[in-house]
Design a protein around this ligand. Structure first.
Ligand code: ADP
Ligand code: MG
Length: 625
């Protein structure tokens, strides 16, 4: 039986091609420039082996010309050009890529062919009602014109052309409600599209531009036209990093990421192997104003052979390093047909892993060798690292724990966990910390004074996330974390413990009475080592007072969060202890008031807001009368 060919509905196919592949119409220019680049690369490649091919590398260029009156935009190259047959084959067949053929037949380091799917050209129809291609192959006498208004087909005829190469003219569509196509005829738009997508095409992209300039005599203006190269050509990340000055990096960073100051740190990475790529990363000096909001979008720019594919590739950077800006360029990405995304995220994953490791290593290095910069970095982005420890059920805690810094009672401005542990006392059991809204408040806590008096350092946690992060870490280097306001804090000497036990047993009834009078604590007890403070609060169980406070502040959380279970500790060496005991014998009503007042006092010291401050003021006033 005779085999029949599939008939393609080319009209439908072309329509699909034009309207459904791409998310942004503006990429048409990227596609035409990429094709011009490929055409030049092909001729350049021929010149390497064929001495009759005259142009040298310096002669090659891509020209863009916009004619507002005629509403045409023309992209011209002096590349290999196309014969009549090639025009038919390459532009008359959807999904046929002459460039892919070429690439598979040649192996050269020196060329970097971009095309592969054979559809990019048709993106011109997203903005043009008619496309005219004139082309003359290098060395040929005759030129041909290919013309099409889209789905209805195309014509090819002989024509005149002065020089070799290809010229593609788009007749830009009329403006409509949803799009101002005239935009694409503006110098400004063309300039920014070239910058955005094609800045690193290796051949110059030139355009004639006009400027108003002051006349020599200083009066009036004249129009000066010059031919300008719009692209930078050589990406700075492709240059050996030793050859790029700090200033060049800073300038690049500032213009690209709209920062008014240079970066705190530049990180360059070149990798070959499982993934081959070059990355250029920047850590800003300050958090962008929207960094800690939902508006902030993380991500690195993704380039494939110098052509921008994705503006913000979020998968390349983990959330806890979301402050890193920069780009990744790789020539062996498997792109999808729109060249807007990657086909397999396996490649991305390998790259992301390597990038994460690099960033972490650089930060660790900075912490060791340039502490001032690191502290500056941490002040801007440390919270993000602490959230990183806490998020995903602590999955990244090992990656991040050595990057954390804390304020503390020690001499250093900030201490790392490693440094804390290194300076721990021999008998010290835990890594002590206290949490409050500010260092001042922390230093007011009776328990902090008590722990410091023993000669132990206390970490000062002042960010909401701090204690949650430490709880997830559980321990560091085998040392557990201990909140100094937790009931389980164990710093008293054996002698003190003995004394405390007998005191509490002897006054058991009275303490129970006080507990009932207060009604909001799980116990009242005598405690040694509170120096000159009469009372303090400590918490029992998993939830500390500070954590409960934080959780309750979360929107919508008020109802479900339990109070931390707290114990009122009374300084057994303070004169108040004797007073309470005598009241228990003589005036139980007064003891009840005292108990409440002491509880309120303890709350105030711990930074807990009183639900009803008038209750305290009433009690105190009554005592005054
Ligand atoms: P791709 O670039 O992915 O191959 P396109 O649809 O962009 O697909 O282009 C189809 C083919 O047309 C190219 O592979 C190339 O052979 C040919 N072509 C397009 N533009 C030019 C040009 N400016 N000069 C020479 N050949 C071109
Ligand atoms: Mg192409």
């Amino acid at each position: 039986m005779k085999k029949k060919q599939f008939k393609t509905e080319s009209k439908k196919l072309l329509d699909m091609m034009i309207n459904s592949i791409y998310t942004h119409r503006e990429i048409f220019l990227r596609e035409l420039i990429s094709n011009a680049n490929d055409a030049i690369d092909k001729l350049y490649f021929r010149s390497l082996t064929d001495s009759s091919v005259a142009p040298t590398r310096a002669d090659y260029a891509i020209f863009i010309e916009a004619d507002k009156e005629a509403r045409t935009l023309t992209v011209t190259d002096n590349g290999c050009g196309m014969t009549e047959e090639e025009l038919e084959a390459n532009l008359g067949t959807i999904a046929r890529s002459g460039s892919l053929d070429f690439k598979s037949k040649t192996e050269s380091e020196d060329i970097d062919i971009i095309g592969q799917f054979g559809v990019g050209f048709y993106s011109a129809f997203m903005v043009a009602s008619k496309v005219v291609v004139t082309s003359r192959p290098y060395g040929a006498e005759t030129a041909y014109r290919w013309e099409s208004e889209g789905a209805d087909g195309y014509t090819v005829e002989e024509c005149e052309m002065e020089s070799f190469g290809t010229s593609i003219t788009l007749h830009i569509k009329e403006d409509c409600e949803e799009e101002r196509f005239s935009e694409y005829l503006e110098e400004y738009t063309i300039r920014s599209l070239v910058k955005k997508y094609s800045d690193y095409i290796r051949y110059p992209i030139k355009m004639e531009v006009s400027r108003e300039e002051k006349e020599e005599d200083g009066e009036g203006y004249k129009t000066v036209t010059t031919v300008e190269t719009l692209n930078s050509m050589v990406p700075i990340w492709k240059r050996p990093s030793g050859e790029v000055s700090d200033e060049e990096y800073a300038d690049f960073y500032k213009t690209k990421y709209y920062d008014y100051e240079g970066p705190l740190k530049v990180i360059t990475q070149r990798l070959e192997g499982a993934a081959t790529f070059t990355a250029m990363l920047f850590i800003p000096k300050r958090a962008p104003f929207n960094y800690y909001t939902k508006e902030y979008e993380k991500g690195l720019e993704l380039y494939s052979s110098g052509v921008m594919i994705m503006e913000k590739c979020a998968d390349l950077i983990p959330d806890y390093f979301s402050f890193v800006k920069g780009l990744v360029d790789s020539s062996d990405l498997t792109l999808n047909i729109s060249r807007e995304t990657l086909q397999h995220d396996r490649q991305l994953k390998v790259m992301a892993k390597a990038i994460e490791k690099k960033i972490r290593g650089e930060l660790e290095k900075m912490m060791e060798s340039d502490r001032t910069s690191y502290e500056r970095f941490f002040e801007a982005f440390g919270i993000q690292l602490k959230y990183g420890v806490y998020s995903d059920y602590g999955m990244h805690k090992d990656t991040l724990k050595d990057l954390l810094l804390f304020k503390s009672s020690g001499e250093k401005r900030y201490v790392s966990l490693k440094e804390y542990v290194a300076s721990m006392k021999e008998e010290q059991k835990s890594i002590y910390y206290a949490a409050q809204d500010s260092v001042e408040r922390i230093e007011m806590l009776p328990q902090v004074k008590a722990v410091k008096a023993k000669g132990y350092e206390v970490l000062y946690l002042t960010d909401d996330v701090d204690e949650f992060a430490l709880r997830l870490l559980e321990s560091y280097d085998g040392k557990s974390f201990a909140n100094v306001t937790a009931e389980s804090l164990d710093i008293a000497t054996d002698e003190e413990k003995e004394q405390q036990k007998s005191e509490n047993e002897a006054s058991g009834d009275m303490l129970g009475f006080m507990k009932d009078a207060i009604g909001k604590v799980s116990a009242v007890r005598f405690t040694p080592s509170l120096s000159d403070y009469p009372v303090c609060l400590s918490s029992e169980g998993e939830l500390s007072v500070e954590m409960a406070k934080t959780l309750k502040r979360m929107p919508g959380a008020e109802a479900g969060i339990p109070d931390a279970s707290v114990i009122l500790e009374i300084n057994m060496e303070h004169p108040i202890a004797a007073k309470l005991k005598s009241l228990y014998e003589s005036d139980k009503d007064k003891l009840a008031s005292y108990a409440k007042i002491l509880y309120f006092e303890a709350c105030l010291i711990s930074g807990i807001e009183l639900e009803d401050p008038t209750e305290l003021t009433k009690l105190v006033s009554e005592l005054m009368i």
